[in-house]
Design a protein around this ligand. Structure first.
Ligand code: PMT
Length: 400
């Protein structure tokens, strides 16, 4: 699935708060994702940051005064509202939240917002006591009732010196929420379990058996599924990737831990996608202390790890089960053998051992093999695009 922010017309509303400077970074992230951004600033926002910065980064004049015309139309609030694909207000003050909740239109931003039919995302940021104030909370509930999405603020130390809820969420998290608003919500009601990353099978306290999986493929699946409205549980081996926004995470290390975590949650799922590169082997025994070179007198004894996917195939009760096959040769034969042996609905076979496909890369080249014998060879593409296609195919299988 291409980045939902690409080529979208987004209006960024900036209100007066300490976090107004973070709106500059948000603008930069949105522009980098390929969006076209228009900015509206309230009078108080201009007390914190100058419009020129937003103008330079968006490439458009910033709308600051209701009757100060910048474009060729006297009805700028209608023109911008008509062409917007989405609106984000960050930071949103208690004042703007109150006005939006009650339909007040007394400046460019509030007037514009009333005319918008596209999805709106409001990102409150303020002092914790203001945020917890009953009137503000009632107004936030009202926004939710009238179909405006509110991204709850983060918790931590606030600019006013207090600790608590009120921090503007990370700009990447805001961008991710916007992506979700722009996506079709065709996975609402689905509970998807995704596994990702490698496992590490310890030999002694400092050594382990593993593989080069970065987790990128599985994390892309979790992100895209969540954007499309699914409830997602990501069970991940060790990776350096950040937890995807809005996804429940369980981090594990060994194949046994991954097995236990998957089995604990399988009953509650409707779709399972196993992108993790689970080690097939582990040492029979774990050495208590670091093995010295001179102590190694015989080969390391290995045993097979539990085959998680195979057990899932045996136990499955109505879930759509998708496996991956990482192959360096005989893609079709090996993938089809796994599809049958593990009772899968779909297997995604990718060639590994290449720089732009498989382990570690941002792109992947895969072929899909179905239970009914159908196959599809896909071109090289971004892992998020492949994730989108896999989820489309899962929905087709569910509907068949
Ligand atoms: O993480 P990245 O760097 O983005 O790389 C992505 C990837 C190459 C790891 C991914 O696209 C991929 O191919 N994942 C599956 C890797 C793998 O273990 O393939 P396999 O052919 O050895 O295993 C087949 C299937 O059985 C897989 O779904 C695997 O999760 C599962 N399995 C394997 C062994 C085991 N003990 N338990 C399992 O559940």
């Amino acid at each position: 699935m291409p980045d939902p922010l690409k080529d979208k017309k987004i209006v960024l509303g900036v209100c007066g708060g300490i976090a107004a400077y973070k709106a500059v970074d948000l603008l930069r992230v949105l522009v980098k994702s390929g969006s076209h951004i228009r900015v509206i600033m309230t009078r108080s926002a201009r007390a914190f940051v100058g419009p020129l910065t937003f103008e330079a980064l968006s490439g458009h004049p910033v709308w600051t005064h209701m009757f100060g015309r910048q474009e060729n139309t006297p009805l700028q609030h209608i023109a911008w509202a008509d062409e917007a694909d989405a609106v984000v207000i960050a930071p949103a003050t208690a004042n703007i939240i109150g006005k939006m909740a009650h339909g007040i239109a007394d400046d460019p931003l509030t007037t514009f917002v009333l005319a918008v039919r596209a999805p709106i995302l409001v990102c409150p940021s303020m002092n914790v006591h203001m945020y917890e104030n009953r009137a503000v909370q009632d107004n936030i509930k009202r926004l939710d009732q009238i179909g405006i999405k509110v991204l709850p603020p983060g918790t931590g130390s606030l600019a006013c010196g207090h600790e608590g809820r009120g921090r503007l969420p990370d700009v990447e998290a805001i961008a991710e929420e916007l992506r979700s608003l722009l996506c079709p919500q065709d996975l609402v009601g689905e509970r998807i379990l995704v596994t990702a990353g490698p496992t590490q099978e310890p030999i002694d306290p400092v050594r382990f058996i593993s593989n080069p999986s970065s987790g990128k493929m599985g994390y892309a699946l979790a992100r895209v599924a969540r954007r499309r409205g699914a409830q997602v549980l990501l069970i991940s081996g060790p990776t350096v990737l950040p937890d995807p926004q809005g996804v429940s995470m369980i981090r594990v290390s060994t194949s046994q831990e991954m097995f236990n975590a998957v089995m604990d949650h399988v009953e509650q799922t409707t779709i399972i996608v196993k992108a993790a590169a689970v080690s097939d082997w582990r040492p029979v025994s774990l050495f208590e202390h670091k093995i010295k070179k001179e102590e190694v007198t015989q080969p390391l004894r290995l045993e097979q790890t539990p085959d998680i996917l195979k057990v899932l195939g045996e136990k499955k009760k109505g879930q759509v089960l998708v496996g991956f096959a990482a192959e360096t040769q005989n893609l079709r034969e090996n993938a089809c053998a796994k599809l049958t042996a593990k009772n899968l609905d779909l297997i995604v076979a990718n060639l590994v051992g290449q720089t732009d496909s498989g382990f570690g890369s941002d792109t992947n080249q895969a072929s899909l093999f179905y239970r009914d014998g159908r196959t599809e060879a896909l071109p090289l593409m971004d892992k998020e695009d492949l994730a989108g296609i896999i989820l489309d195919k899962v929905l087709e299988i569910k509907k068949a």
